[in-house]
Write a protein that binds this ligand. Structure first.
Ligand code: ZN
Ligand code: ZN
Length: 249
């Protein structure tokens, strides 16, 4: 064996490790070409509960009626202006956001970010800065990252605007999971504060979270940003719970 061939055969495992040709689909484990940069196989992508054109004009949740707004937005006044989501919060989409949140599948954030940025561009939204729903500092420390921040950074990169940390969680609110719709809203009142050192006044802000359930958290964050003079607050989330799902739980 010539020296060049010998070197190449010696280095190939290192090359495969550094630049793998294949990766595994996050949902089904099937091998997929890594050059596509999509962490899912085509079959799993096609089965995701995509939210299409028919979405709530306020929060972006999937609509199954002829109304322009979902039942949550009809019942509740939301402080954000408009929203967009990729998927309904069910089946495989639920598995994906939970993998990003609790399974350390941080590599999913750039994928979701690119898809959301594509939707935002198609909608023609004008955005000056991207921000995200904050975690309590100790929660962020334990997880090592804030999944909403990771998605926000990816969206900002594609929209070519800055990603700014504009919000902080002010007090330890009870976990929203166990609360009813009304309790969730009460629990959140004045629970966020805005960054004082960055100018928010007059800016058109995009606020990002991984999952939008009732929209109460996003609305409270939008209220805080608007109190500091934000011109508009649009919201983007990977998943959105539709009204009937939430109230059946
Ligand atoms: Zn798959
Ligand atoms: Zn809605």
């Amino acid at each position: 064996m010539k020296l060049k061939e010998k070197l190449s055969s010696l280095l190939s495992p290192i090359k495969d490790f550094l630049f793998p040709l294949h990766m595994e689909c996050t949902l089904c484990g099937e091998e997929i070409p890594s050059k596509k940069g999509i962490p899912l196989c085509e079959s799993c992508v096609s089965k995701l509960p995509h939210i299409g054109e028919k979405r709530c004009l306020r929060c972006g949740a999937k609509l199954s009626t002829e109304s322009d707004f979902c039942e949550t937005c009809i019942r509740t006044e939301m402080c954000f202006d408009e929203g967009v989501s990729l998927y309904e919060y069910e089946d495989s989409a639920k598995k994906l956001v939970l993998a990003l949140k609790d399974g350390h599948a941080k590599y999913l954030a750039p994928y979701f970010g690119e898809l959301l940025a594509g939707k935002i561009k198609a909608l023609g939204w004008q955005i000056d800065a991207v921000t995200f729903v904050p975690l309590l500092p100790e929660k962020r420390r334990i997880r090592g990252y804030n999944q909403a921040e990771e998605i926000a950074k990816a969206i900002a990169e594609h929209l070519d605007v800055p990603c700014e940390e504009l919000l902080y969680k002010k007090k330890s609110t009870l976990s929203q999971k166990s609360l009813s719709f009304e309790e969730r809203q009460k629990n959140l009142i004045d629970s966020f504060r805005a960054e004082q050192r960055i100018r928010i006044n007059g800016k058109r802000i995009l606020l990002v979270d991984d999952i939008k359930t009732t929209g109460a958290t996003l609305s409270e964050c939008a209220k805080t940003l608007k109190a500091r003079g934000a011109k508009s607050v649009q919201i983007a989330s990977v998943c959105s719970v539709t009204y009937h799902l939430f109230f059946q739980q």
